[in-house]
Each structure stands twice: as C-alpha cells, then as structure tokens.
Ligand binder design. Sequence first.
Ligand SMILES: Cc1cc2nc3c(=O)[nH]c(=O)nc-3n(C[C@H](O)[C@H](O)[C@H](O)COP(=O)(O)OP(=O)(O)OC[C@H]3O[C@@H](n4cnc5c(N)ncnc54)[C@H](O)[C@@H]3O)c2cc1C
Length: 441
Amino acid sequence: MDFRFTEEEEKFREEVRSFLKEQFTARAERDGGMAFYMSFNRKLVEKGWTAVHWPKEYGGQGWPIMRQVIFNEEMAYHRAPRTDFMGMNIAGPAIIAYGTPEQKEFHLPPIVRQETFWCQGFTEPGAGSDLASLQTRAAEDGDDFIINGQKTYTTMAHFAQWCILLARTDPHATKHRGISCFLVDMKTPGITVRPLIDMVGMHTLNEVFLDDVKVPKTALLGDKNMAWYQAAGRSLESERSAIGNSASERRLVEDLVHYIKDVKGSDGLSANHMLRQRMAEMAIEIEIGRMLSYRVAWLQSKGLPLDYMPSMVKLYHSELSQRLVNAGIQVLGLYGPLERGSKWVQLRGRLARNYLVTVANTFGGGTSEIQRLIVATKGLGLPREPALDPLITLGWEDNLSLAKRGTLPHLVLRPYIKGHDMVSVFDALFRHLSLAPGGIP
Ligand SMILES: Cc1cc2nc3c(=O)[nH]c(=O)nc-3n(C[C@H](O)[C@H](O)[C@H](O)COP(=O)(O)OP(=O)(O)OC[C@H]3O[C@@H](n4cnc5c(N)ncnc54)[C@H](O)[C@@H]3O)c2cc1C
C-alpha cells in the first residue's frame, strides 16, 4: 500500500496552498463577512476552480479524483468558504446526468460562474428520513405543472434563485414510484419563504410554502415519476460523499495544540495528563477518518461502486466533529463557551460556535441512525428492517384499522420522535387502548 501522492500532485497541492495563503491573510479572516466570501468566489471563478469535479464539456475541470481530494483538503484546511454547495454538488450533477440539452445549456454555465445559487427542496415536515413519503403535489395542467405543498429545512432558500425540488406526480403509485424532480425558479408566484433561525442565531434554514406554483413542463428533470431512481438518488449520493473533513479537523487540533503549548506558568496546560490523552485520541480518530475518506476517493477513481461507504464516512466524520469540539471546549476550560466579541475570547470563539453548529451534522444530509441502517443492510448484509412505523408510513386512518386489529408497533415512541407533542402521543395511546380487543384495561 502506498498512500503517497505523486510528485505532480504534490506540486499541485503547493499551488493551491499558496493561492489560499494569499487570500486568507489574518486581516481577510478578521473582516470576513459576505463581501469577502463574494470576492473570494470571484477569484475562484477566474482561476476556473469552482466546478472542478464536473466534466470539461460542462465548464468543469474534469480533474481526476485525487486532484479533487487535494483541492478539497486544502480548501477545508484553510477554512475557505464553500462555493454554492447545492448548485455544484446537488443540482449540477443531477442536471448533467438527467437534464435535457436545453436545461444543461441554461443552468450549468451560470452555476460554474457562480451567478446563480441553488437550494434543495426535498425535506418536508412529514418526510425527512423517510423522504419517499413526501406529500408536495405537482398536478399536470396543459403545458404546466401546478405545485402545492410545503418544504422545510431548505438551506439558503432566501438567497437562492433556483430550487431542485421533489414533488409527487402520481399519488396512486407506490410511494417511491410517483415522485418527479423539478427545477423551480424561486421568483415564481406562489412561493413563500419563511426563515427558521437556528440555535446559533443564524438564518440559513427556511420553510418554503408552495401555493399553486405554476412551472412549465420544461422544468421537469428526468423522467416523470422516476425521480427516486434518478435525480434524487444521485443528489443524495453526492451529498454524502464529502471529502476534506479530516483536513479541517486536523487544523482544529493543530490550533488546540498551539493553544496548549502557549499557556505557560502555573496554568500550564501542556503537562495536563487528561488533555494530552484527549488530543492524542483526537489525532488518531482524525487519521482514521482520513483513511476512510481516501478509500471513498480510491473507489471513485477506479469507477467501483461506493455502496455503503459514503454513509460510513458521513457518519464517522459528523460524529467525530462533535467529539472534537467537545474536546476543544475542555481544553479551553472556562474560555471555551465565550463568543467572538468577548474580551477574553480564545481561538476567535470558534469552539463555542462550532459546539452548536456541529449538533446539526448528525442529522443534516441524513441522520446517524439512517447511516447505520445503510451500513447494516448494504455493508453487513443484514435483512431490511420490517416497516418501522405504520403511524407514519400509512397515515392515521390506516393506523386506526391496524389498531382495531390490535397491532400498532412503536405507537408511543415514534410519534414523539417525529416531533409530535405529548398530547397527540397520549391521544394515540388512548385510541389504541380503547380500540384494541378488550378496550381500556
Ligand atoms: C442544518 C440542516 C440543513 C438541512 N438542509 C436541507 C436542505 O437544504 N434541503 C432539504 O431538503 N433538507 C435539508 N435538511 C433536512 C435533513 O435532510 C433532514 O433533517 C434529515 O433527513 C432528517 O429528517 P427529519 O429532520 O425529518 O427527521 P426524522 O426523519 O423525523 O427523524 C427523527 C428521528 O428519528 C430517527 N429515525 C427516523 N427513521 C428511522 C429509522 N428507520 N430507524 C431508526 N431511526 C429512525 C432519526 O434518526 C431521527 O433521530 C437539513 C437539515 C439540517 C439539520
């Protein structure tokens, strides 16, 4: 096994590194903000370093996988803001794979030039992990589709011009079959975007309401009713194969080690046995994460199936990111929770912020439980679990008929998990008991 990069690859890494060092001066980092993000993006566009993973014919660089790995690692290590993630990694690849020539010509060049930004309208209040239960409806009307429904957790919908959206086009088909994918202009009348402020106090997430939104039939991406097997599957795969996390994790450990070495005198940290153990443990975990990521890259470079590997990598890095900030907060002690702006803040308040931000890592893009299910079935060959929750997959009426027959598995736990309030949990339990043979005991 030889994990070294070739001479040419190392030269390329040096080129990327020196470009990023020039951009990320202390001052640029300090001033930060949207203006810096936009100007940095423009420089990436000028260099042709945006859609580096796309084929050349669509304005990408067509770089081999290892070059992309190096590029992503350096970007992550230097904490470079990610360019339009949804356009580059979700909408773009789906359009390349399933778009008509007109859709490709219209949508792809502006994504490469970073002139349009995208959001992903998949999740709904009742359809997250079980995405195929989505209820947003697109009904044919002459040359158009009329879309009605609601999306949630739609990242950057308030900023995006376009949305790659899933809607049900055949309500009578089995749930995975009747779904289609649409490329929707966010300015279309009938779309309302409402902010969801997260616990960091940031506005990146939104609810999107669709009331009689008329989109032309040319907005359909791929075959009608087949989105589950085409665009949706493709975008979720891209979303879960992110590489480069280990580079940003490594950078954080380096920062913490510098901090530990810097604190001298009676508070000296470098002799603290517990912190040394914790840092060593983190360094080992990061190295394991790096190897897992390289394995995905290697499989991709050989054109081999990725199977459960993206799930394993997503799961590992998202959980590691939480362990890592936890360790970081321990290193900083009472300084840990201080935010940027405080006189005593350390490491620019990064730990306090990431402590909150990383919470979402284990459910955004698919929860840890779902990744474990994928590893268990695809990786270990365990049989699929029986349908988990009739209350969710069948709907209330069907559940009542199940209750009459006395079978309602997971009745109490699952609605609670799905975010129903306790009143509806007890209501469900009450109905179950009163309808079950024998009635309320
Ligand atoms: C920061 C962030 C950004 C996001 N951005 C977008 C976006 O831009 N566009 C978009 O469409 N979506 C987005 N999402 C939504 C994301 O994909 C969903 O949150 C995710 O799929 C989980 O769905 P849910 O929140 O409905 O949870 P649920 O599916 O309701 O799950 C609730 C709990 O039940 C568990 N669970 C569910 N099913 C099973 C099962 N079969 N076995 C065991 N446990 C189970 C889950 O693991 C979880 O713990 C984003 C989410 C976050 C947090």
